[in-house]
Design a protein around this ligand. Structure first.
Ligand code: AMP
Length: 200
């Protein structure tokens, strides 16, 4: 091997980065902490958004939390406070909203169908798109899953536009919501209706 190749190899070995931190140090740049230690929702953990604005919405949402807790292979981990919000993309009386965090061993579509059955049991009707409703259950986040499927889009395609999702989600999974995201929905009319334990 020519001497200049040997010199080049030795130099390349000496310079070979051992880790991202070593590269950052040699370049004299700071790595963003999030890139090294991104806070995530565990793979079996699901954030479910609950909402309703027809009938006794508080009672319906309370019943829905209990129904979710009784789903097979599913454990209720946390329930946010209850919030009141003005209808967005909808109409009728003000909404009540909350977010429940569960762990589940169900497959994604099985959980979606189980949530739709709970909606139906609560008298949910779909006379037209975004109609007022007794109960709306959305899967907002499922671990780090991403899906473009129309039947189950993950994360929920409109969650970042909605204060009534982000505020309660920030209570039960603060690592999933950034200050910038909360700031972006600050102008939306939403108020605390009842603290934790409202559903018991
Ligand atoms: P909605 O009328 O708001 O309850 O919307 C229900 C429809 O949205 C159903 O056809 C679902 O299959 C679909 N969908 C897509 N992604 C999601 C999601 N992340 N959570 C709940 N429903 C979803």
């Amino acid at each position: 091997m020519p001497a200049r190749w040997i010199r080049w190899l030795a130099r390349a070995r000496a310079l070979r980065p051992r880790s991202a931190a070593a590269v950052a140090e040699s370049l004299q740049v700071d790595l963003p902490p999030a890139a090294m230690n991104k806070p995530v929702l565990a793979a079996d953990t699901v954030a479910i958004g609950l909402g309703g604005n027809l009938g006794d919405a508080r009672q319906t949402l309370s019943w829905a939390v209990k129904a979710i807790a009784q789903l097979p292979q599913t454990q209720l981990q946390a329930v946010s406070s209850l919030y009141g919000s003005k209808p967005i993309d909808s109409s009728g009386p003000d909404y009540l909203n909350a977010v429940a965090l569960v762990t589940t061993q169900l497959a994604p579509l099985d959980l979606l169908h189980a949530l739709q059955a709970i909606e139906l049991a609560a008298g949910r009707e779909r006379p037209y798109r975004n109609a007022p409703r007794t109960l709306d259950l959305d899967i907002e986040l499922w671990g780090q899953l991403q899906s473009d499927a129309a039947e189950l889009t993950l994360p929920h395609p409109r969650m970042l536009e909605r204060a009534f999702v982000l505020l309660p989600l920030a209570e039960v999974a603060p690592q999933c919501v950034s200050a910038d995201q909360l700031q972006a929905v600050r102008g939306q009319g939403i108020e605390l209706s009842q603290g934790s334990g409202w559903w018991l």
